[in-house]
Design a protein around this ligand. Structure first.
Ligand SMILES: [Zn+2]
Length: 252
């Protein structure tokens, strides 16, 4: 068992949220009971995750996508009210880390995705901005786009969308988890053979076709399942608390 303060202190020390200009508060978002014995992790603090946390008698939930995003209405009604009502009624804390979790060099979404896929990191997608997220790296051996699409699908357990670029084998790859298809231009500038992110937009298709850089859309959720899982396990080991990752499936 650990105090909630100890858990938040450990996470803040490790993830350094003050280093990032983010779109949401990082760290404790909703305060629950002061002691944490069971920590549930998930990608998004949706109602189904909260229900799973209540059933497991979790004391705190740790997620990548929490609440209170910049620009959203501050009014507590509908979906937002129901989620908060359940958290407060069951005295469960909500802890969320967004960009700091994407960027962490070992426990982060990008580092953990690379580990799951078998990609070796060689540098940053934005080498001159220490607060930016995204990585550049390479496969141990070059492969065709078809082989890469198959490998990605096998590693992630779901089909992956491929927009073809050039016909040469793929070795150098850039990646950024979540909705980072807008960084395609930066990936092209880095001279990689392929770029991976979670989502896809209409212009992404043209950028891939016209630049010759392949684009693979892994799914926003699928690309961000691994960081929070690693972080939860790391907390459990440090603090001697129980940890359970719950995957609320999301095709997007
Ligand atoms: Zn995300």
């Amino acid at each position: 068992m650990a105090s909630l303060n100890a858990l938040i202190g450990l996470l803040d020390d490790e993830l350094q949220p003050a280093r990032f200009a983010d779109y949401c508060p990082n760290g404790l978002q909703v305060e629950g009971r002061s002691e944490v014995r069971r920590l549930m992790t998930g990608v998004t603090a949706c109602e189904a995750l909260i229900d799973a946390a209540i059933a497991w008698q979790a004391d705190a939930i740790l997620v990548h996508h929490g609440y209170f995003w910049k620009g959203e209405s501050p009014v507590l009604k509908g979906m937002k009210r129901r989620r908060l009502a359940k958290l407060l009624a069951h005295d469960i804390s909500l802890i969320a880390y967004h960009l700091p979790l994407d960027a962490h060099p070992q426990l982060g979404n990008n580092a953990q995705l690379a580990a799951v896929l078998g990609l070796n990191r060689t540098g940053a997608l934005f080498p001159h901005d220490s607060r930016a997220v995204g990585d550049v790296g390479e496969w141990p051996a070059a492969m065709s786009a078809q082989a890469m699409q198959q490998r990605l699908g096998e590693c992630l357990g779901r089909p992956v969308l491929h927009i073809a670029g050039g016909s040469a084998p793929i070795r150098r790859v850039a990646w950024c988890t979540g909705g980072a298809q807008g960084f395609m231009e930066q990936a092209i500038e880095q001279g990689v053979d392929a770029y991976l992110s979670g989502e896809i937009s209409e212009p992404t298709v043209h950028a891939a076709r016209e630049s010759g850089v392949h684009y693979f859309a892994l799914g926003h959720h699928a690309s961000e399942r691994y960081g929070v899982q690693a972080l939860g396990g790391w907390c459990a080991q440090r603090l001697g608390i129980e940890h359970c990752f719950t995957d609320i499936d999301n095709p997007a």
